[in-house]
Design a protein around this ligand. Structure first.
Ligand code: ATP
Ligand code: MG
Length: 196
């Protein structure tokens, strides 16, 4: 029993070691966190904590304004190594004024874009950016171009339920968070410290 287990583990380790030996490249990656389940933005902010822990310089641009002051904003905003921009003021969504929505999206992109040419920043988070493409408030091509031209060491995380195909085409890591169950549907209201 133990022998068998040891053999199995040794074989697993050999496979893993071979994979590790093959992954030799060092460069920044584009991560997409998509899907309908809960955990996309919180994953991005977990990675933010990880990078900051190592002394990396980071920036967060939130394309949609949700709650006024989220826990993550209150926690990270005073950190000397992170810039935090809550954009998305002025969105009227599909209902009223598309031009105003486009203007709001463009303001957010104008805030985000310069970071993609600034090598001082190691990690960028563009939270809920995917909606800009879904609702055609922003063209995806200039965003793809800026992502492709960014400093080679720079990591970028984009979150949002649905991702534009051109972003998926250039991404290095794509995680899809599946919605199996959500407390909201059990009648639990959004909770401070958990949802925002
Ligand atoms: P989180 O910020 O908690 O990681 P998220 O970024 O994956 O969530 P969003 O699509 O940005 O999810 O939605 C943000 C808010 O909506 C959060 O309060 C989250 O708990 C809630 N939410 C996420 N997925 C669902 C779902 N499937 N049903 C109901 N509410 C959801
Ligand atoms: Mg989110």
């Amino acid at each position: 029993m133990t022998d068998k287990h040891q053999q199995k583990m040794a074989a697993k380790k050999a496979v893993m070691d071979a994979k590790i030996a093959k992954a030799t490249e060092e460069r920044g990656i584009l991560i997409l966190m998509k899907g309908n389940g809960k955990g996309k933005s919180s994953s991005a902010f977990g990675t933010l904590a990880r990078s900051l822990g190592h002394g990396k310089r980071c920036a967060v641009v939130q394309f949609l304004k949700g709650r006024n002051e989220t826990g993550e904003y209150k926690f990270f905003r005073d950190h000397p190594m992170v810039d935090w921009h809550v954009m998305g003021d002025g969105f009227t969504w599909e209902t009223q004024n598309k031009e105003q929505d486009i203007a709001a999206a463009e303001r957010a992109w104008e805030t985000a874009k310069p970071y993609l040419s600034n090598p001082d920043y190691d990690l960028l988070i563009f939270d809920e950016m995917s909606y800009m493409f879904k609702y055609q408030y922003l063209d995806v091509e200039p965003v793809v171009a800026a992502l492709q031209q960014r400093p080679p060491h720079q990591n970028v995380i984009i979150t949002g339920r649905t991702m534009a195909t051109p972003l998926q085409d250039i991404a290095d890591t794509i995680s899809s968070v599946q919605d199996e169950r959500h407390a909201f549907r059990l009648g639990v209201k959004a909770q401070l410290g958990i949802e925002f």
